[in-house]
Design a protein around this ligand. Structure first.
Ligand code: FAD
Length: 389
């Protein structure tokens, strides 16, 4: 087996896998290197939300392009991902959060998203199990969910059918830059060489950036996730409290999956994010407050994941500013599952010297040459004092 490729991709999460798929379909000889198993980190541990509402305006072109691919996932990939266009609701229970909800709704509409606003009795009619008076809600019918556990392996199978090669259990431990190519070392395989290298290493991408002289303020964290025993099926859309204390959806099998902020920092080994028991209790309490019917539901599993966050909550996508042939795709910042198909296609086009249909300049790694302001959303949803213990 040759160890010379056109492109080596480090990281078999959804960013790396979709990039590999589109490159392989363009005829490139691709090697996808994954330390563990594909989709076993953030891309497999996430909530599965294909959320369009509440994105920052600059992210909509990428997000809408990606949703088109999710809607045609079976056609694109050749197998399913349990995609379900279930719709999504934000609800607000105070005046201040209502203002935020209406602001999100108008910025989503300005970017082409269909949003319905429900007030008072209409909220009651649509969501009869939700408590509280004076509720306002925004409903986006195009939002959806998919099953993260099965998605990345399916994309990688499509990549290998297109001629790309997958190397699991293969950790990149060294990168040497020659005149025209990169040579990548791993503990278990001969060195591999390619003129193009893609850094799609998720929460671990920062060390590669540093090696090539473009450090980024990336940190790893994850929101706690909980799943209940199966219960009677009553909830079609995903429902998010705009205050962030409850995000809930029900699977077709009846289990409720819910999540709550603040996010928690990954623990020191960088490979896990624990869910402190107190967060499980807080999460249960929040759900019980909003949805009394679930107060007695049994939580059967809790988990989180290691996700790379950048302070402006935008990913880094595109060419390195210091090193010819190096490209980045990381920093999903809590929303990377949804945008991943568009990230992969745009990056593959750029690598092939073609123009991406979406302007990638807001995602340039060059923005970190000066200090980048932390987004309001990050400040609300992340408690820097929270550690995983
Ligand atoms: C609990 C949780 C819930 C979330 N919910 C949602 C949601 O509902 N909707 C949404 O859109 N997003 C959500 N996200 C975010 C989303 O999961 C991520 O943004 C997205 O999956 C990032 O994909 P990735 O490919 O960049 O990273 P990852 O999936 O983390 O993949 C990076 C891969 O690189 C590999 N790697 C790292 N270093 C090396 C190396 N040296 N050599 C070889 N391999 C290496 C890792 O093993 C890993 O598999 C959530 C995240 C978490 C943690």
């Amino acid at each position: 087996m040759s160890s010379n490729f056109d492109v080596i991709i480090i990281g078999g999460g959804l960013f790396g896998s979709f990039t590999g798929l589109f490159l392989a379909r363009s005829g490139k000889r691709v090697a996808l290197l994954e330390r563990g198993l594909v989709g076993a980190q953030s891309s497999g541990a996430n909530f599965g939300g294909l959320r369009l509402q509440g994105r920052s305006p600059e992210q909509y072109p990428l997000s809408l392009m990606a949703q088109g691919h999710w809607e045609n996932f079976d056609g694109l990939i050749g197998e399913g991902c349990e995609y379900d266009r279930n719709g999504m609701v934000y609800f607000a229970s105070s005046e201040a959060s209502r203002d935020r909800l209406l602001k999100y709704a108008s910025s989503s509409r300005a970017c082409g998203l269909e949003i319905e606003i429900w007030e008072g009795d209409e909220v009651r009619r649509q969501l009869p199990w939700l408590t509280g008076s004076g509720l306002t809600a925004s409903y986006s019918p195009r939002c959806a969910v998919a099953n993260p556990r099965i998605t990345t392996p399916a994309v990688v199978r499509a990549m290998t059918r297109a001629g790309g090669q997958l190397f699991e259990g293969t950790e990149v431990v060294g990168i040497d830059q020659g005149q025209t190519s990169f040579t990548v070392s791993t503990p278990n395989r001969p060195p591999m060489t390619a003129p193009v290298l893609v850094n799609a290493a998720g929460g671990w991408a920062g060390t590669i950036c540093e090696q090539f002289g473009e450090p980024v303020p990336l940190f790893s964290a994850g929101p706690p996730q909980f799943v209940t025993e199966p219960m009677p099926y009553v909830l079609k859309p995903s429902v998010y409290a705009i205050e962030g204390d409850m995000i809930i959806r029900q699977t077709s099998r009846g289990n409720f999956i819910f999540a709550g902020y603040p996010r928690t920092l990954a623990n020191d080994d960088g490979r896990h994010t624990f869910v402190p028991p107190q967060k499980t209790l807080n999460g249960m309490r929040a759900v019980g407050t909003h949805v009394p019917g679930f107060r007695n539901a049994e939580v059967i599993r809790v988990w989180s994941g290691v996700e790379g966050y950048l302070p402006d909550m935008l990913p880094a996508i595109g060419a390195s500013q210091t090193t010819a042939g190096l490209y980045h795709a990381f920093g999903g910042s809590g929303g990377g599952f949804q945008i991943a198909p568009a990230v992969g296609e745009c990056l593959a086009l750029e690598i092939c010297g073609k123009k991406a249909p979406v302007d990638l300049s807001p995602y340039s790694i060059g923005r970190f040459r000066s200090s980048v302001e932390a987004s309001d959303k990050l400040m609300r949803e992340f408690d820097p004092a929270s550690s995983s213990r």
